[in-house]
Structures are given as C-alpha cells and as structure tokens.
Design a protein around this ligand. Structure first.
Ligand code: ARG
Length: 464
C-alpha cells in the first residue's frame, strides 16, 4: 500500500514517481530504520497502542527484516526505506504492521536514521584514522635518528628528523579525529517523538526512546529536529578536512618518490606500470587519493548549498542531503584504507635523505645561532653568515668547508667550536624545545602520539 494515497483521486505521473524515490540510495539506512522502529514500537506499547503480544510480534518481525537486508534488486513500488520496512512488516505480520506508524512521521524517522548513520560512520572513520596515524608512528620509530631536509617554499630550509616529519602528519589526523568527536557530541540527540513538525500526538516516553538508541537525550524542538542537517554538514566538512590532509600527504609522497628526490621507494603493491614505457612505476594509489579529495570537497559544498535558504521545517529538498553523506563517507573510508596499506608497505631511502640533510647550507641558521651565543646580535650574525654563504656559492662548497681565513674575510672568528656547531647532529640538537626536532623532543612527541592514538583504536567496536 502507498503511504499517502487516500487524499488523491489519481496516482502520480510515472516519470515523476520514479524520479522522486529515494529507496535506490536510502536503502543503506535499513539497519538504522529497523533500530529506530524497534524503539518506537517499544514506546507505543508503553503508551498502550500496542499490546505486549503485538509488540513481541512487531519486534520479532523487525529483527527479521534487519537480518534479511534490503532486496538485491530495486523495488519500483517502494518509495523509500521507511515505506520498505512498513510494507515488509505488513507482509510478515499483517494488519498489526500498520500500527507501527502511529504517532510518528517519516520526517522524524529520516532525521533519526541519518543521525544514526553519521554516528556509526564517525566512529568507523575515527578507528580508520587512528589505524592510519599509527602507521606513521611505527615508521617514525623505525626511522630512529635519521635526518632529512625540511622545506619552506619547497626550498631546503633546515634539517629535521624523519620521525619529526612523519609526526607532523599524525598531528593533522589527530585534529581530524578531534573534529569528528566534536561533531559526534552535537549529533547525538534523538529526534523521535518530534512527529511531522509539531511533536508527536501520543504521550510517548521520549527519554526512553532516546536511551534505547544510545542517544544522550531527545532533541529540544520538534521543528528544528525534523529539519536540521547541521550534523550531516559538520560530518562531511570533517571528512573534507581528512581528504585535504590525505591529498597533502599524497602529493608530498609523490614528490619524494621522484628520481629527483629519491626519498620514498614506492611499494609495488600500491603502484602500477605503464602500457607504453617499460621502465615506469607510477604512484597511482597516491594520485587517486589526491584526485578523490576533490570529490569529497564537492559533496561538502553540495550539502552546504542545498541547505541554504530552507524555511522551517521539513522540505523535500532534505532528501537530497543523503547522498553527499553516503558518498563522502564511502570515498574517505576507501582513501584511508588504501593510504594505511601504502604507509605500512612504503620504505624510505634513509641514506638519500641523510645526504640531502647534510648539504645546501641548512646549517646556516645554526651557524648564526652559534655567533649569537658568543654575544653577537642576531641581525649582525645573519648578515655575516649570509656573506659566508655567498662565498660558498662562489666556491661551490658548504659552510663547513670554508677556511678560517675565508670566515675572517666575512668578519667571523671561526674557531673549532664554530665548526663543531655546523655538524648535522649539532644542528638538529639546538632545536631543543617542545615541538622541535631535537632527538629527545621527538622521542617525547612519539610517546605522546602513541598514547593519544591508543585510546581510539577499536573505538568503533566499543560503541557498536
Ligand atoms: N525519503 C524522505 C527523505 O529522505 C523521507 C521523508 C519524507 N517526508 C515527507 N514529508 N515527504 O526526506
């Protein structure tokens, strides 16, 4: 039976009917629709609308519907997932199935189902991100005290520990996890009992419904509850940040895998060859991650602009908020999974990184710092070391290869301690502040990152 045919003397235009259906995509909400329906049925029994036998029959059948899953093929007579559950319930239990919709509306149902979906995906994405970030921690541990250049303006700037570089990405992904958990906090309220717009017509125990579905509380306003999609926007925006960070990571690894850099050895299991050039090993996994990031941004924009200007309360436009959520969640899950596999398999050319860290005047600031420690004002020291660098460029050598006489020409008294201060280990060691690249600081940072991540691994299982 249709859900709303009584008032109409004729059916909808066939093309319009096909076109407005959401079942082809909202079928993924089936487990949540079943859970929400069970909670509503329980409240109906408490309110005296269902007898205890009818409740038992209804719950039993709803469980069966959940276990069956949605049909393989689309069912053209079914409008949406809410219609599907009602129709299947009627097939299974007959007339009593039509009691379930007492005191509720699809407007509150979709608002509830989508929240449950986003909550589940938030937990799953958190778990995936924590696993991904853990591969950086593992690689950072393996890197030990190996060094590499850090770049600003993509020009060699200062040497850092490889571990320090890898932990920079962990910070990005920890922020993403934090954004997801913030989004989860706000979304975890239950719209059931809001009715179509003004609140349900029955004395339903909304607190009990909310707690059955593990929501923190019922929503506070029926008009907002049935039309709010902020939680969906926040979730997809949080995913857009994940995609943004993944694309930065992918780009840097692509760059570092080029012959010109030679820092990253592409794992064969995440690379492809060329049908034309026999020598090629291409970073396709990274390129696709970089490419798919744009699609996630597009979904975030679609959601945001789809909500613009919607008057209170439910409008059918809201049906269009579902697909961007499903698509962004699927895209990001695939991207993080592949990225995790890649990071587990990738190898670094530590020798090439160390070589690159040891040349290109990246000890210039440390040299100036040495002069500062001797009492020279920094601006003066900067100027003198700059002159020394100019001399090096003329002589095609490094600062540590310049003679004492050359330094004297620049106005620098280069004693043995000055030369010692130019050594890579010394340069790394002077960045001895929290958040800096000195080995002891990086070891502390590694420990902190591990502790932070350990609380998230397995979070999805804990919450389901
Ligand atoms: N499929 C609909 C959606 O996703 C369910 C709500 C329909 N409500 C209505 N008043 N037509 O938005």
């Amino acid at each position: 039976m249709k859900m709303w045919s009584g008032r109409f003397s004729q059916g909808p235009d066939a093309e319009f009917e096909r076109w407005q259906r959401s079942f082809p995509f909202d079928r993924v909400l089936l487990p949540h629709e079943v859970a929400a329906s069970k909670a509503h049925a329980t409240a109906l029994a408490k309110a005296g609308v269902l007898t205890s036998d009818e409740l038992a029959t209804t719950l039993f059948a709803l469980d069966q519907i959940g276990r069956e899953g949605t049909p393989e093929a689309d069912e053209p007579t079914i409008e949406d997932v809410h219609h599907y559950v009602e129709a299947r319930l009627f097939e299974l239990v007959g007339e009593v199935g039509y009691k379930l919709h007492t005191g509720r509306s699809r407007n509150e149902q979709i608002a509830t189902d989508l929240r449950l979906y986003v909550r589940e995906q938030t937990d799953e994405t958190t778990r995936l991100l924590a696993e991904f970030a853990s591969t950086f921690v593992k690689q950072a541990e393996e890197a030990g005290d190996s060094a590499m250049p850090a770049y600003t303006h993509l020009q060699r700037a200062e040497p850092v520990l490889v571990a320090h570089w890898l932990l920079a990405y962990v910070e990005m992904f920890l922020r993403d996890i934090d954004r997801l958990s913030d989004c989860r906090k706000r979304l975890n309220v239950c719209p059931l009992g809001s009715g179509a717009v003004a609140g349900t017509i029955l004395p339903l125990d909304r607190e009990a419904i909310a707690s059955l579905l593990e929501f923190d509380s019922p929503t506070a306003n029926s008009m907002d509850a049935t039309s709010d999609r902020d939680f969906a926007i926040e979730f997809v925006q949080a995913l857009a940040f994940v995609a943004l960070h993944l694309s930065r990571w992918a780009e840097e690894f692509i760059l570092f895998s080029t012959t010109e850099f030679g820092f990253v050895k592409l794992p064969e299991e995440y690379s492809t060859g060329s049908s034309a050039m026999p020598q090629k090993k291409n970073p396709d996994a990274l390129e696709l991650i970089r490419g798919k990031a744009g699609k996630v941004f597009a979904e975030a924009t679609a959601l945001f602009s789809g909500m613009k200007g919607l008057p209170l309360a439910y409008n059918k436009d809201l049906q269009e908020t579902q697909q961007p959520v499903f698509s962004a969640a699927q895209q990001v899950s695939g991207m993080v999974r592949v990225a995790t596999g890649f990071m587990g398999a990738v190898e670094f050319n530590y020798a090439a990184m160390q070589r690159a860290a040891s040349c290109g005047f990246m000890n210039a600031q440390a040299a100036a710092a040495y002069l500062v420690r001797q009492g020279m004002p920094f601006r003066r020291a900067h100027e003198l070391i700059g002159k020394a660098v100019r001399l090096c460029v003329e002589q095609s050598c490094e600062l540590e290869q310049l003679s004492r006489d050359d330094y004297a020409l620049c106005g620098i008294d280069a004693d043995q301690q000055f030369y010692n201060a130019l050594a890579l280990n010394e340069v790394l060691a002077i960045h001895n502040v929290p958040g800096g690249t000195a080995a002891t600081r990086v070891r502390e940072a590694l420990q902190t990152a591990k502790e932070k991540l350990s609380q998230f691994v397995g979070v999805a299982h804990a919450c389901s």
